[in-house]
Write a protein that binds this ligand. Structure first.
Ligand SMILES: [Mg+2]
Length: 107
């Protein structure tokens, strides 16, 4: 990266991650409005979803590379989110382990 870039590394990482998260949000909302099942999704929108998820994944990788985040902490947080989804969605089957994790987070 050129030294005369107007934003430093952290500023670029935060700005681009926020932009890419926003682009992913837009694609998710379009698919939500247009389709009711996975099989209905036209390839154009599948491709857009891959593109924007890939962009966010790239930023995730860069945040790791630049030491902004730690992989283990992200993994742990993902487990907490999974435990919450077991309670608040139909996406995750609840287990005694997830229940225990939820309870440990409440303390
Ligand atoms: Mg993008």
């Amino acid at each position: 990266m050129e030294n005369n870039h107007p934003l430093n590394d952290l500023q670029q990482l935060m700005a681009i991650t926020a932009e890419e998260a926003s682009e992913l949000t837009q694609v998710c909302m379009k698919i939500l409005r247009k389709y009711k099942s996975k099989d209905e999704i036209e390839s154009k929108w599948q491709d857009k979803l891959i593109e924007e998820l890939g962009d966010v994944y790239c930023m995730f990788d860069l945040l790791l590379e630049f030491g902004i985040i730690e992989e283990e902490k992200i993994y742990n947080r993902a487990q907490v989110k999974r435990a919450k989804l077991a309670l608040w969605s139909t996406l995750v089957q609840d287990t005694p382990e997830l229940k225990q994790l939820r309870e440990s987070e409440e303390k």
